[in-house]
Design a protein around this ligand. Structure first.
Ligand code: ATR
Length: 265
């Protein structure tokens, strides 16, 4: 049996075990997916221990995404982002990948969103960083807006072709934008939005990384403005789908994984 898993602290509420196991069941793979909670300063040690135990693959979440870089050979995108969320143990050395970036891109393209033109990313934390690199690799022009404007500029310096802005510029930035991704925590468990409703329009595709609630105020406002909406569960799904495919070499059963993910939300 192949064992996959997740390291995070805390991990108790993770949706990854049922989502991945739905994929194994659908493809008839003899595999299990387990959530582990190592001490907060032991991320690299946990990766080494997993390799020793013969674990096939690990997802990595907060607070370990940077620390595990010390224990893996990073893929180019993960190295540029400076964070790893997926470790593959199939070679002699564990390799580190970042499927958060590709997850956002695949969530958009799954909804028929063209990956060209201008994208506005709101937020310059870990999620904003991964998503900005992912979108820039698709040749979208990336505009990063953040409450703390200096962080938007710092991130924009790293992302090819990107520019940094304050939240006060969102109206102007969105007027001729094609894609908007919320990578802040605003709207999580609250009826708030980081984007003024009157800045949204029907030519936008709006992806919200927040998935609690599944329909955030931002997505409600976006739908009312006639925009294409993509909820945060799609991003969570496709970062998992990308890891699943990397580990198993099989095409992931997206529909089965999506059904179980949403049933567990
Ligand atoms: P994550 O890893 O999920 O991206 P993070 O690194 O803590 O989490 O980043 C949180 C993001 O949400 C940041 O961009 C933060 O803005 P600041 O850099 O100014 O802190 C943003 N954020 C959090 N609360 C916010 C709020 N009330 N209004 C606007 N932005 C907020």
């Amino acid at each position: 049996m192949d064992v996959y898993g997740l390291i995070g602290n805390p991990v108790g509420h993770s949706l990854s075990p049922p989502m991945h196991e739905a994929g194994y069941d659908e493809l008839g793979l003899d595999a299990r997916y387990v959530a582990f909670e190592p001490p907060a300063d032991e991320g690299a040690a946990a990766v080494e221990a997993a390799q020793t135990l013969g674990v096939s693959g690990l997802n990595v979440t907060i607070p370990f995404k940077q620390d595990v870089l010390d224990a893996v050979e990073p893929a180019p995108l993960a190295e540029r982002i400076g964070a790893v969320n997926t470790v593959d143990f199939s070679g002699d050395t564990p390799t580190g990948h970042n499927t958060d970036a590709v997850g956002a891109v695949r969530a958009l393209s799954h909804h028929g969103v063209a990956l060209s033109g201008t994208a506005v990313v709101v937020g310059a934390g870990g999620a904003g960083r991964a998503v900005s690199f992912g979108l820039a690799d698709e040749e979208l022009s990336v505009r990063i807006a953040n409450r703390t404007e200096s962080k938007a500029h710092a991130l924009a310096d790293d992302v090819p072709g990107a520019t940094g802005h304050g939240l006060d510029e969102l109206g102007d930035l969105l007027a001729d934008a094609d894609v908007l991704v919320n990578c802040t925590s605003v709207g999580m468990e609250s009826d708030e939005t980081p984007v003024p409703a009157d800045a949204l329009h029907g030519d936008l595709a709006v992806l919200d990384a927040v998935y609690t609630p599944i329909e955030t105020r931002l997505l409600r406002d976006a739908a009312a403005a006639g925009a294409t909406t993509v909820d945060g569960a799609w991003m969570l799904l496709f970062q998992g789908v990308e890891a699943f495919e990397l580990w198993t070499g099989a095409e992931a059963p997206v529909e089965a994984m999506n059904d179980v993910l949403r049933a567990n939300l």
